[in-house]
Design a protein around this ligand. Sequence first.
Ligand SMILES: *[C@@H]1O[C@H](CO)[C@@H](O)[C@H](O)[C@H]1NC(C)=O
Ligand SMILES: *[C@@H]1O[C@H](CO)[C@@H](O)[C@H](O)[C@H]1NC(C)=O
Length: 471
Amino acid sequence: MVAPLILRSTLVFPIAILLCLIYGSSSIFSQELQIVNAERRVDLTTHIVRVYLTLKVENIRTSPASEIILAFPPQQVDHVASIKAVIPVGKKKKKSYLPLDVKPTEAPDAPNGTKYFSISLIKPLSSGESVTVEVLYILTHSLEPFPVEISQAESQLVYYHDSALILSPYHIKEQTTFLKTPSKRVESFTRLEPTDRASNEIKYGPYNDRPAHSYSPVIVHFENNSPFAVVEELVREVEISHWGSLQITEHYTLRHDGARHKGVFSRLEYQSKQSPSGSFKRLLARLPPRVHSVYYRDGIGNISSSHLRRDSRKSEMEIEPRYPLFGGWKATFVIGYGLPLEDFLFESPDGRRYLNFTFGCPLVETVVDKLTLKVALPEGSRNPSALVPFDVEDHLETSYSYLDVIGRTVVVLEKKNVVPEHNTHFQVYYEFNRAFMLAEPLMLVSVFFFFFAATVTYLHMDFSIHKVKEN
Ligand SMILES: *[C@@H]1O[C@H](CO)[C@@H](O)[C@H](O)[C@H]1NC(C)=O
Ligand SMILES: *[C@@H]1O[C@H](CO)[C@@H](O)[C@H](O)[C@H]1NC(C)=O
């Protein structure tokens, strides 16, 4: 009687695991949907990789589906700076896009450590129905310079790693991937037939009927001389003064993230030729219209070589560091400017005030590894709250500037891995008591009065030394 019991318990356990594995690999996600058609376009023309994914998804189950799952290999997920998903509605000219919510999600049985994001559909997809979803995700630090060191006159070559097949928890009936390189110069690329190359585009596919979680690594080695501008740290200080202006001060630590510079730098050679090596001499900052009192300085002092172009919609400032930046080189500098308050400060219907300003970095096509945004509210502001359209870390600080009595509340927002797509508006709401507006002028008046009194007293004193008349 004893023997079969032991036998059974030793057998049941592995069978249970086996069952789990079978049900696991065809996980909670994959049974209900399939991708009828997938097109992926990977833009490799700058150092920020943008991937445009168009998925036609069909519900093949009987119950309605309310989410679509995106999958990423673990080595790629840390480089994902932003994911957006929309459903296009309407035809050609009247086409508009419904934004969808995208959130990271977990699957206990993820093969090879795959990471998932869930796209929530506004209206569940009923049985037999299909929907087209457009996704844009952005990868930073995903182009690896090789050779790792180049001289001033050399072109920069980089590696990009991906999969020829779209990683997905769903069966994909038909799929194609296009990689767009900045130039025709492609040293090598992995083939997975059918693979095609024309001009500056590599085409993988079409591939038919690939099961869920199919993956086929590819490497592309190509020329990319775009400026690899990375701001290791950016601190943006925004100071609201109810006296009509918004003062912005931005502290940059900029690094050229491309192939390291080899040999000595020759300014003569640099100036005589178009230096191909992706070095950069100028940077463009997009500032709001009506900007004034702009300055640009580094550790040495003010740099005058900045040009400001303005029109009614935007201002563009071209800034030129003291030396061109090559791979591995760094520059630290500060940009400051003033803006008219009425363009950015408003009153909400509930009587609170709010600042409506842009998050992100004004330098074009730049990655910011760590961004800290500090909004200093006017003295006497209470109950601040920030509204940002993506995840940020936030806390409050108190700062004191001249004339401040009780200090200003500073709303601090922090975000890592920031790309140009994060240059969207955010709001900081706060309550403000008008009586506080009088505090500073009253202080000024009393200071002036004191000064005036002191001067008058001084003038009435007689400090002259009278010579004793010699008689
Ligand atoms: C730099 O320029 C700013 C704005 O034009 C000015 O306020 C400041 O005094 C200048 N600093 C130096 C050291 O010249
Ligand atoms: C903030 O400003 C932008 C651009 O002017 C505008 O589109 C948006 O509606 C504003 N947001 C709020 C809450 O006022």
